[in-house]
Design a protein around this ligand. Sequence first.
Ligand code: ZN
Length: 161
Amino acid sequence: MPGLEDLYREIILDHYRTPRNRGELEPPAVKIDGHNPLCGDEISVYLAVDRPDGSDLDDAIVTDIKIGGQGCSISQSSASMMTKAVMGKSVGEINAVMRRFKSMMGIDGIELEATDADVDLGELEALQGVVKFPVRIKCAVLSWNTLANAIVASGAPADDA
Ligand code: ZN
């Protein structure tokens, strides 16, 4: 019987070899680049958000997300899993997943909210072994930090067209 670590390794390799949601989105989708100089990872997050006029950014829905760039297996597989975890979700739901994920990665200063205990990380659990390799944690969270910047960028008033 393969152990849990083998299963996790398989999930990571699967997302690295067959990354989900690779590509680009046209404006008005936002594009934000992220870079991890320690490892050379580069990520571009293309984010399309549907935010009805006057609604809270937390209620905006991610209607599409695409990933560009290149880097190590951890950074690329994390980005691929992230796209699956956030597609179709509200920004509020995504922020909860992000808090859980960063908490799992041992990132300082993450304050979990009571309801975060219900968040299902799904395949992202496969990355939990990364926490044992502090230099790789930046690889794992790069796409998430880039997504966070993309969410902020997409929160700009939508009626500037
Ligand atoms: Zn890396």
